[in-house]
Design a protein around this ligand. Sequence first.
Ligand SMILES: Nc1ncnc2c1ncn2[C@@H]1O[C@H](COP(=O)(O)OP(=O)(O)OP(=O)(O)O)[C@@H](O)[C@H]1O
Ligand SMILES: [Mg+2]
Length: 390
Amino acid sequence: MSPEREARLLLMAPAHRRDALSEVLKDIGTVREADTPERVRSFARQERPDLVVLHAEADAECLGLCAELEQSYGVRVLVIGRDAGMEALRAAMRAGARDYLVDPVAPGELRSAVARLAQVERRARRGHVVTIFGTKGGVGKSTLAANLAVVLAERHHQRVALCDLDLEFGCAATLFGLRPTASIVDVCRHPGAMTLAAIGEAMSHSDHSQVDILAGPPTPDLAAFVDGEGKRDPERNYVQEILRTLRMAYDWVIVDTAVDFGEGVITALDEAERILFVTTPDIPALQNSAKGLDILLERLGYPQEKLSVVLNRGNAAMGLMEDEISAALSHPIRHMLPSDGDVAVRAANIGMPLVLLRGRSPLARAVGRLGGELVHDLERPRVAALSGEA
Ligand SMILES: Nc1ncnc2c1ncn2[C@@H]1O[C@H](COP(=O)(O)OP(=O)(O)OP(=O)(O)O)[C@@H](O)[C@H]1O
Ligand SMILES: [Mg+2]
């Protein structure tokens, strides 16, 4: 599948109309058929189709389902009905449908309406790249990256890719209990253009969550194939190509990094819509972090609003007050995560993200809030903008 992929369509229609409608839709993209509202919901949640075509006769609660798909999943819906009256059209539009076509619908009319809506959706579907960074080792970057990815996928029904750019000692896959057989190195050594299929083949999947994980190199020496002197084509920026390809297919691309200002990490910082800058409340970490923030803001010239400081283990400040910490960083603290070694280290050792293992713990709840705030800040405005279109 190339980044400009085919439209993904989902059809729910009564048995006697299904084949004929499906034939027309196949001219535009891949078509999945669902025969119950439950199937439609589960497909919408997992696959995020570009458009759902609902035939009103397939389900008495068709308009309720339409409203739910639009509101809960941000998925566009086209409704087909037998009723040619204005009231039927108005009711469909009130339920959030992007178009209402009267059946029997001419194939050409259906084809052009579906193609238009699916294309608008594909253009608008640009995922958010969130890069987790920090300038001190061991502050909790990987723990946050893995658990944030799970929160977005499981609680917010988002399609999430987790990309490990700690190219020497990455552990994103390990936090999910995985031992990947392929990694980002395979993607960079793959001949030809960057495609979603090539990245997909190198991704790992855990039974615990829907997050797709692109693991870091299995050994540190292989990092050079990604952003060093081992690059297959020295002119190409593979990390940029990977992140841009992933964001065509995923709602969120969460990037874990190392304390490093190499090409890969700088690219991930440049490409990010939001950088979560992780630090801890101890003087060595705060001093390093102040320098790191200065580099991001002054030398790399990122705007303040691109950066959110995350104070991990914030309740273990041992005498430092929050305003003293902010002053030391010259930057406000946006998110605070509590210290809980019992939960964090146990989860890492078991190989299951802590938000799944101990979902009610204060640490899991704090990561949950952070995820919710990101959705609020970045995804809601996108969905709202989309609602105004088409
Ligand atoms: N809030 C927390 N409370 C207690 N322990 C934590 C917390 N967050 C992370 N840890 C633990 O701290 C250690 C370092 O965390 P992690 O590996 O996520 O940091 P990192 O910044 O990715 O490190 P590195 O720079 O080596 O990549 C791990 O053992 C992890 O379980
Ligand atoms: Mg790490």
